[in-house]
Design a protein. Structure first.
Length: 305
């Protein structure tokens, strides 16, 4: 297993500007790549969250290495209001799944190999992908495939799932991957750059983990937890994730959101944007880490209020 390489590492540090004595919150610990950067950049303290029990196990090594400078809480960042630590000098989100989760076949995130179709980042809460597929309405299936997965073949795949589940439940990653392959036109099966099940798996994973809803809850709660002049960095991989960050950042920076025609001085300014356009990975990073290809980083500094 290769582990997880933190994306946009240099850019994250540039915008977060960790300082000695500062207290930082990493809402998506994963393999701790970004947490380590913050801990090693200066004499900082990091509180890190992750809902995945495997991430909690990886965090133990950080506790041993960094002692009191590192604390881990296993929780969903949607529940940030329950976090007793804070306020923070900087907060980071790096959305989605980690390479650990994708590579560990038995978690059910990957269409490679055969495993129970789970896909939950927190396997102790919510419904597995198998359960979700057994009961999702046609509309929910279509939304997951088309909007979350950006899958062009959404209609055929949704109908194939509905038809297949009347015969027998879709229980494993192979069941689902074979089903998707069976409705992929032969000309695309071998020519597509990505595996034909990639997008559908992504869409179903986003639905199973409520990934969009938790971002809508987590980002405003994080903003509230920032100290005056504190920095917020958000790394997204999907246009829907980025859109939520973009619109909230615009609102906090007093910029008009779509449909807001009020004069500028009627809008409250609670933050300064540090990135006008999102930062993206350069060619060298993309060559070294394919995951960085779709990464977008937005950053802001909270006003001194
Ligand atoms: C892309 S990885 C983060 C990788 C990390 N920045 C690193 O460099 O190692 C995302 C991690 O966030 C966790 N995660 C995703 N959504 C979460 C949520 N709503 N609450 C808590 N953890 C979440 C996942 O379990 C995963 O471990």
């Amino acid at each position: 297993m290769e582990g997880h390489v933190p994306v946009l590492a240099e850019e994250t540090l540039r915008f977060l500007e960790p300082e000695a004595g500062g207290v930082y919150l990493d809402c998506t610990f994963g393999g701790g790549g970004h947490t380590r950067l913050i801990l090693e950049a200066a004499d900082t303290t990091v509180v890190a969250l992750d809902q995945d029990p495997d991430a909690a196990r990886r965090a133990e090594a950080f506790t041993n290495e960094f002692g009191g400078r590192f604390q881990f809480r296993r929780m969903n960042f949607a529940n940030l209001e329950n976090l007793k630590e804070g306020p923070f000098d900087g907060i980071l989100f790096d959305f989605g799944v980690s390479s650990f989760q994708l590579d560990q076949t038995d978690r059910g995130f990957s269409f490679r190999g055969e495993a129970p179709l789970d896909m939950r980042m927190d396997p102790e809460s919510g419904r597995s992908a198998a359960d979700w597929l057994a009961s999702a309405s046609r509309q929910e299936l279509i939304h997951a495939l088309r909007v979350y997965g950006e899958e062009k073949n959404w209609r055929r795949i949704a109908d194939a799932i509905i038809e297949a589940r009347t015969r027998s439940p879709i229980l494993t990653t192979k069941d689902l991957s074979d089903l998707i392959l069976s409705c992929t036109p032969a000309r695309l099966r071998f020519t597509s750059k990505i595996h034909p099940a990639t997008r559908a798996f992504q869409g179903i994973r986003i639905a199973v983990n409520n990934e969009i809803e938790v971002i809508e809850l987590g980002l405003p709660a994080a903003f509230e937890r920032l100290k005056p002049n504190g920095r917020l960095c958000v790394i997204s991989f999907h246009s829907l994730e980025d859109r939520i960050a973009k619109n909230l950042f615009r609102r906090w920076a007093g910029r008009p959101e779509p449909g807001d025609n009020r004069p500028q001085d009627m809008r409250e300014t609670k933050a300064t944007l540090l990135t006008r356009r999102p930062e993206t990975a350069g060619d060298r990073e993309i060559a070294a880490n394919a995951r960085s290809r779709s990464a977008k980083l937005r950053a802001l500094r909270k006003a001194d209020i």
